[in-house]
Design a protein. Structure first.
Lengths: 149, 242, 109
């Protein structure tokens, strides 16, 4: 069971545990995470869009919508979309994998954003090309919470 | 689809905190397939059927189909039960103790919140209906005193934020009028479902006051006052709030 | 016995052949990040869902890897082409032996 888990973790490329003192990752770590995804390939702008509110009251559950321009045919489809955060404790947020049976590579999910930051979406196409986009958002915090901040 | 419209006339200036939310969070509340509190309702539905105690009684044993028997119930609490002011949590626990002969569920426990969510959703869309009568009057007045009383190191009263400055910004966010129309809520801040009393305690901590205990006389009186203040407004339970 | 929890699938029961259908999948899970501490200062260990998969008649059509930044009670809304009638199988796997499955039938005409 333990070996299977290790293999599973390797397969999905989990970044190593962040030491306790480090509260937030940096744009440089986000860039490293993106480099691990794209390798030496060039990343172009376009073909992928992010819908993310520009002002968010609480970063614990933020709705994010990704859409892509792609025929999603057998020969030309979106293989994967990776969401990466610049100022979360860990840069990787979610990776979605599509097939020609997906119909679209559009998806919606709800994520945690630790602080005001930029969120990246990296799309990997079936021909091996990469496209990227980003959205900037401002996180405030609701008044009157439980803990002393 | 239920809409919690902005006040339709100048005569009723009351507005639910729902109106201040983003489109995404409103959608999260309105659609059960998106609302995280839906799981609490499903847990409550299971709990409703669970036979407990030496007499092997479930809520369903006496109350049957909750969709019928619990309709309107959440709009009428807190209320006096055998001369004691009780909120819905207290009433659930009283039933457990007297009818099922089992221990009360702790405040804010997953089990109690699930039952609360399941019972409250049966009144979704119905107007809050707290009946004023001579017996509840002293509790109502006590609740109003709590609402108007400055407390804590910040020396603020509920009234100063939620009436005098409702709609103005605090840390970039508009201050709601504080009508308890949506409880229990999935508060995004908590990442879980919670009760009105939990939220009231948050506010007390927010102004650096020692919060009243769960189930305390003071919080229940304040609940009664707040519900009365929101009389006629539709219940949104279970709501989503930031 | 692995631990599990409730899941909810929302999708159409019928579709025309070739129609793109939308699937909403939500699962009851706290997604403990591993960055939170108790009031006493003790670190709460990470406990999250790691993978979600959707299979259509036994063929994987969609997959997602979750990291701690996925919000509690993870929601995914995605699409699938309705090719033939059959079964959509959903599964969530995560830390501490977590496993949840759900399925939905679709009639394609």
């Amino acid at each position: 069971m333990k070996n299977q888990r290790r293999q599973l973790l390797k397969a999905i490329g989990i970044v190593g545990l962040v030491p306790l003192q480090q509260a937030h990752a940096t744009p440089e770590e986000a860039a490293s995470a993106i480099n691990r995804i794209v390798g030496t390939n060039a990343v172009k702008e376009g073909r992928v869009q992010l819908e993310l509110a520009s002002l968010i009251e609480n970063g614990n559950l933020v709705t994010i919508k990704v859409s892509t321009d792609s025929p999603m045919s057998q020969s030309d489809y979106v293989k994967a979309i990776h969401l990466v955060a610049e100022r979360n404790p860990l840069p990787n947020i979610l990776s979605a994998y599509f097939t020609p049976q997906s119909g679209t590579a559009n998806f919606t999910t709800r994520i945690r954003l630790a602080d005001t930051q930029r969120v990246w979406a990296i799309a990997q196409m079936s021909d091996g090309s990469f496209y990227q986009t980003y959205a900037d958002t401002l996180i405030t915090s609701s008044a009157c919470s439980e803990g002393f901040i | 689809m239920l809409l919690y419209a902005a006040p339709s006339s100048a005569a009723d200036p009351r507005q639910s905190g729902y109106q201040l939310m983003s489109a995404e969070n409103k959608a999260m509340q309105d659609d059960p397939s998106l609302n995280p509190a839906t799981f609490a309702i499903l847990d409550g539905q299971s709990a409703w059927q669970e036979k407990l105690g030496s007499s092997n009684q479930a809520c369903a044993s006496c109350h049957g189909d909750a969709a019928k028997s619990m309709q309107g119930v959440a709009t009428r609490y807190p209320q006096l039960v055998d001369g004691k002011l009780m909120n819905l949590e207290g009433r659930i626990n009283q039933c457990r103790a007297e009818k099922q002969k089992v221990k009360p569920l702790p405040y804010e426990s997953k089990e109690l919140l699930s039952l609360l969510a399941y019972i409250s959703v049966q009144s979704k869309g119905m107007p809050i209906q707290i009946k004023a009568n001579p017996a509840t009057q002293p509790y109502l007045e006590a609740g109003k005193r709590h609402f108007n009383q400055r407390i804590g190191q910040l020396n603020l009263s509920c009234k100063q934020c939620h009436e005098e400055r409702a709609g103005e910004k605090l840390a970039g966010i508009p201050i709601p009028q504080a009508h308890p129309t949506a409880y229990p809520i999935y508060r995004i801040e908590w990442q879980s479902v919670g009760s009105l009393q939990r939220r009231l305690r948050n506010c007390m901590i927010g102004v650096r006051a020692e919060p009243y205990a769960y189930g305390s006389k003071e919080l229940t009186e304040l609940e009664l006052f707040l519900m009365m203040r929101a009389n006629g407004m539709p219940l949104e339970a279970p709501g989503v709030r930031p | 016995m692995s631990k599990t929890s409730r899941t909810l699938i929302t999708m159409p029961k019928t579709a025309r052949k070739g129609e793109i259908i939308e699937i909403k999948a939500i699962v009851q899970h706290d997604m403990e990040t591993g960055f939170r501490h108790t009031e006493q200062g003790k670190l709460i260990p990470r406990d999250i869902i790691r993978v979600f998969t959707c299979q259509f008649n036994g063929v994987e059509v969609f997959k997602a890897d979750f990291f701690p930044a996925v919000g509690a009670n993870p929601l995914l809304i995605f699409t699938v082409i309705a090719t033939t009638s059959g079964t959509l199988q959903f599964s969530w796997a995560g830390d501490d032996g977590y496993l949840a499955t759900n399925q939905s039938q679709i009639t394609v005409t």
